[in-house]
Design a protein around this ligand. Structure first.
Ligand SMILES: Cc1cc2nc3c(=O)[nH]c(=O)nc-3n(C[C@H](O)[C@H](O)[C@H](O)COP(=O)(O)O)c2cc1C
Length: 171
């Protein structure tokens, strides 16, 4: 089974996870912004996207390519400040078609936000968001940033890739 990694990333952490997955699996990796990515060439896909302002940044690409994705197995990793939970599930439900969510394997990864690296616009909007945020931990992270990058987070993805590849050898 041939697979590939497709990702979108604004500040580099989703790209970093894509590179780690590529190193661990040997799969090719494509940045969807570069436009050279053709999902029809692969049997299964790993898709990665950050949550930016309560939405997955890959949502338009998924909708546009839905018919090309067919019934291929999809491993989806989200990268966010928020941990796994209802809040994150709600943003994902707002970003992707229901039937797509129900058939994808979802792995939750947490990213990085370094205030000094952000655009002026994002810094201001995050400050405004923090003022309205009732969750003290999330408010602190919106203002001061965070770094949850952890290479071991990709392990469930690597295991799924092995399973797909093994199932092909056994059938
Ligand atoms: C402008 C901006 C908005 C963000 N909005 C959210 C959000 O709504 N929910 C969340 O959990 N994390 C949010 N984050 C945190 C990002 O998901 C996190 O920094 C992630 O690692 C970014 O991925 P990237 O480096 O690949 O762009 C936001 C970060 C930025 C910079």
């Amino acid at each position: 089974m041939k697979g590939a990694i497709f990702f979108s990333s604004k500040y580099g952490s989703t790209a970093q996870y894509a590179d780690w997955i590529a190193e661990a699996t040997g799969l090719p990796v494509y940045d969807i912004k570069k436009g050279n990515a053709d999902p029809t060439k692969y049997d299964f896909l790993i898709l990665g996207s950050p949550i930016i302002y309560y939405k997955l940044t890959i949502h338009k690409w998924v909708k546009k390519n839905l018919n090309k994705l067919g019934n291929k197995p999809i491993i989806f990793y989200s990268v966010s400040g928020a941990p796994a939970g209802e809040k994150l599930n709600g943003w994902i439900a707002d970003s992707l078609p229901k039937e797509f969510i129900s058939r994808m394997y979802h792995v939750v990864l947490r990213g990085r936000q370094i205030p000094a690296e952000l655009s002026w616009y994002d810094r201001i909007l995050l400050k405004i968001g923090a003022m309205a945020n009732k969750d003290p931990q999330a408010r602190k992270e919106e203002l001061e940033g965070f770094d949850y990058m952890d290479r071991s987070g990709i392990e469930p993805i690597v295991e799924l890739v092995w399973k797909f590849q093994l199932s092909e050898v056994l059938t």
